[in-house]
Ligand binder design. Sequence first.
Ligand code: B16
Ligand code: MG
Length: 219
Amino acid sequence: MNKKGFIFDLDGVIVDTAKYHYLAWKTLANELGFDITPEQNEQLKGVSRIRSLEIILDWGNKTLSEDEFMKYMAEKNDNYLSHIAQMDAGEILPDVPKILDYLQETQQGIALGSASKNARKILQKVGLHDIFKNAIVDGNDVSKAKPDPEVFLIAAQKLNIEPTNCIVFEDSVAGVTAANTAGMISIGIGSKETLGHADYIFNDFTEIQTLFIQELINR
Ligand code: B16
Ligand code: MG
């Protein structure tokens, strides 16, 4: 059987941590005297922590000294981690385990490609760390954020599989662009309106059949 590399984004693909990022950023914005909406939060998906705070400060028309900036970033992360601490396997998005099981049964390469510096912690909380442990690439391992393809290219290297034999599951616009630039097959998880540049688009994993995965493997 052929061996392909399947690279998963974390937030929005395996778990929905966006809701916890939102709560933590909202608390911070409120502390600074303004609010952020769920629509604004959409724009922070897949964006690094530093860049997220820069964007939020722009929205609130605030400037901070470097020290304050670092302090607020740490505070946001502490708040976010308090939500992560409550997570368990029940937060894995529907039918993600179905696909992971199939990939394991068929001995495919499985990797993580996330912007989050908390990715390892989250995988541990939901009980998926062992499946990904040989090829986790997260915000601590990259120097260039998505849409740069670095995160996925390092994941392919860790799997020892050519980028053209890799398939990426992504929910963010920048992430799909990164996968395409890396020469990988991109599978957008979300709406056709937002992720029109992906090779394939599904609303979520319940729409993905193992037959489709088998076809990708046999290409
Ligand atoms: P952290 P992904 C991204 O995760 C999130 O979508 C984004 O909202 C967050 O700011 C970023 O990780 C960094 O997260 O603060 O935990 O380092 O979608 O790339 O898995
Ligand atoms: Mg994501």
